[in-house]
Design a protein around this ligand. Structure first.
Ligand code: ZN
Length: 131
């Protein structure tokens, strides 16, 4: 049976089940929710989960919005790398969403339309219809 780690349990017991104890990992939660250099952050919370039968701790990440478990790790380094990777992946998704729209004024349609890839997406659709 692994001994208790007072450093890990410093934020106090958060929740307890028959088999596990959950301790809030404040510093990692803060790290998830802090914006990185590009302004990307994750709405996650981090916990240390202690197996009552072995005393072993696992690092767990949870999505606050969906209450879904994202991942568990035993090493702080692996968890940190994963968080950075997911921030980068989220930023990539956000940029792709933005790239689906490029609003500008179209002389043909006489209105603001989506000019993704440098051409009016509405006119292009019209031409195809008249074929
Ligand atoms: Zn147009």
């Amino acid at each position: 049976m692994k001994e208790r780690n007072n450093y890990i349990e410093t934020d106090g017991l958060y929740w307890e089940s028959d088999t596990h104890e959950w301790f809030h990992d404040k510093s990692t939660t803060k790290y998830c929710r802090n914006e990185d250099l590009h302004g990307t952050k994750l709405n996650w919370a981090a916990f240390f989960v202690r197996d009552k039968s072995t005393g072993e701790y696992t690092r767990v990440l949870m999505d606050i919005e969906t209450n879904e478990l994202i991942r568990d790790d035993t090493s702080l380094e692996a968890q940190g790398v994963f968080i950075d990777m997911m921030k980068a992946s989220k930023r990539y998704d956000d940029e792709n969403v933005e790239k689906e729209f490029e609003l500008s004024f179209c002389e043909e349609c006489i209105q603001m339309t989506n000019h993704l890839n440098g051409e009016c997406q509405k006119c292009k659709a019209k031409k195809n219809d008249n074929r």
